[in-house]
Design a protein around this ligand. Structure first.
Ligand code: BV8
Length: 252
């Protein structure tokens, strides 16, 4: 077994509390484009970081709500891939032996939940729920395309619906942040999976875990700013690496 894989497996086998942070890369093998991949089709000329802001929505609510509806439908069609399923299996293994497992995700697609993960913390909200910009009332839209853009609110005449995601420049949900802080300050192992580790505060949690002496790892086919700072790296797609990791943990 490769040296990093066995180092990862033994750290996780001995851990009381394992924390995981996932990003868009975990859903790439479920055919959901990541942020830094070129977007498909209609959205090639748009930069997600300019679309995912309150200013973009205020300035052009039709384009922003079309983009989010297009992504929401892609997420609804998507199925969990072996990487999502392996994380759900890992949680079951650790909880069954009396340990703790915290899955922090930057993803808004709810594929972790669809794969059976239980303790999922959505740091950046979810695209599956939208809210009235007038009163904040939340709706889970039907699994079909909105037929009017920008999306009119059903509860306040003249108000718009927006997705319940955290845009750049917006605060993260307080509860999610406090759970993430608690997890990064108590975990024995912190694994960063499928994220470019450039967006804060999400990218900072592995740093605080590492400063406390937790064993840190990364699963990613490419290098990130964390790659030289983690204790071990599984270099490859999470859909292939995570099932191998779970097998290695279970094998002794
Ligand atoms: C905040 C939800 C306090 C929406 C997202 C100036 C003004 C205001 C704020 C800032 C500022 N300067 C800096 C900031 C902070 C800012 C920030 O960090 N900016 C960055 C760009 C520098 N953060 C914020 O604004 C946050 N809020 O700070 O509030 C505040 C408030 C006011 C003023 C100051 C501070 C809010 C950030 C949340 C933004 N919302 N998503 C939506 O989905 O549309 S961010 C979005 O991009 C994701 O959620 C994720 O967090 C982020 C990064 O994406 P990744 O998931 O990492 O995906 P990416 O495409 O980048 O990378 C994919 C990775 O997967 C790659 O590494 C690739 O190699 C790998 N991969 C590919 N295939 C696979 C794979 N890995 C495994 N397997 C594979 N098969």
């Amino acid at each position: 077994m490769d040296e990093h894989l066995s180092r990862a497996a033994s750290a996780i086998r001995e851990a009381e509390h394992v924390a995981v942070m996932t990003g868009a890369g975990v859903s790439a093998e479920s055919r959901i484009p990541t942020f830094r991949d070129t977007m498909e089709g209609l959205w090639k000329e748009f930069d997600p970081q300019t679309l995912a802001t309150p200013e973009a929505f205020a300035g052009d609510p039709e384009t922003v709500s079309r983009w989010y509806d297009w992504r929401r439908l892609k997420c609804l069609e998507a199925e969990p891939n072996p990487g999502h399923l392996a994380l759900a299996e890992l949680e079951r293994m650790i909880v069954a032996r009396g340990g703790r497992f915290t899955l922090l995700t930057q993803n808004v697609d709810r594929l972790h939940q669809k794969a059976g993960s239980r303790n999922v913390v959505e740091l950046h909200g979810t695209i599956m729920v939208w809210r009235c910009t007038e009163c904040g009332r939340e709706f889970e839209p039907a699994p079909e395309a909105f037929d009017a853009f920008p999306v009119p609110s059903e509860c306040h005449e003249g108000a718009l619906l927006r997705p319940c995601v955290v845009w750049f420049g917006e605060m993260l949900p307080e509860q999610a942040v406090s759970v993430a802080h608690e997890a990064s300050s108590t975990c024995d192992v912190f694994i960063s999976i499928g994220t470019s580790s450039v967006v804060y505060p999400a990218a900072g949690f592995i740093e605080s875990a590492s400063m406390r002496g937790a064993s840190t790892g990364e699963v990613n086919p490419a290098e990130t700013p964390m790659s030289t700072r983690v204790d071990w790296r599984l270099e490859g797609p999470s859909g292939a690496m995570l099932p191998r990791l779970v097998k290695a943990i279970a094998s002794t």
